[in-house]
Design a protein around this ligand. Structure first.
Ligand code: ADE
Length: 225
């Protein structure tokens, strides 16, 4: 899987992609991520990539020309499976969508800033508009890092224990059950006996029941789906 990211603040994406699972995914050659500073395609020598909005109003808009040039240059070697614009007015991201993206080969992510990008770029180039939740961040970089992380950990070979993504919260519309580790008694707070029983069938039943109870209590909307 290859992911290109277009941003005015490449520094914001450095650390999240250089540690832990994302580092491992890239070292193993399962994922490559290239962050491109949009100012490379600026309209003038001052690095301008945004301008005032037509019709008036506060806030700048990211211009068509730098984005179109960047998208066309990056698409010239191979077409993108999806061109994703991170925006609070996009489709709200969920695990099913992440599973779908993880099956693609080549993605482009566009990080918006200020008031966002010119509508014509959204209409002519963008194939998916994704929001990471109903709140507004100062730009699309952290949402892009979140999306890369969610996708990257699903690529076969990235997780140590191949089954562990399958038991994540949301994979079957259920939240994950509670987990415990040593010691068995911490300040008198005990680990449930069933987990020490060695009876794997019973343990799985207990975990499933816990998942159902937890989902019903915290996210009943998931059970309706
Ligand atoms: N940019 C700013 N806020 C965002 C959000 N909630 N999701 C995706 N991109 C964003």
């Amino acid at each position: 899987m290859h992911i290109d990211i277009l941003t005015v603040i490449p520094e914001l994406l450095e650390s999240p992609l250089q540690h832990s699972m994302m580092k491992r995914a890239q070292e193993k050659g399962l994922l490559s991520v290239q962050v491109h500073p949009l100012r490379k395609w600026a309209v003038n020598e001052y690095g301008q990539v945004d301008d005032y909005q037509y019709g008036g109003g506060a806030g700048m808009v990211m211009m068509c020309e730098p984005l179109a040039k960047a998208i066309e240059e990056l698409s010239s070697s191979a077409a993108f499976d999806d061109i994703i614009y991170l925006t609070p007015d996009g489709e709200r991201l969920n695990q099913k969508m992440v599973n779908g993206f993880s099956l693609k080969k080549r993605l482009l992510m566009i990080c918006g800033h200020y008031k966002g990008i010119d509508e014509r770029i959204r209409q002519q180039y963008v194939t998916r508009e994704i929001s990471i939740g109903d709140y507004v961040l100062s730009g699309g970089e952290i949402p892009a890092a979140i999306l890369v992380d969610a996708i990257g950990r699903l690529l076969p070979g990235v997780l140590n224990d191949e089954t562990s993504a399958l038991t994540d919260s949301f994979q079957d519309n259920l939240l994950a059950p509670p987990v415990y580790t040593r010691p068995v008694d911490f300040k008198g707070w005990k680990v449930p006996d069933i987990l020490m029983s060695g009876d794997h069938r019973k343990i799985e039943e207990w975990r499933h029941e816990q998942s159902l109870q937890r989902t019903a209590a915290r996210r009943p909307d998931l059970l309706d789906e």
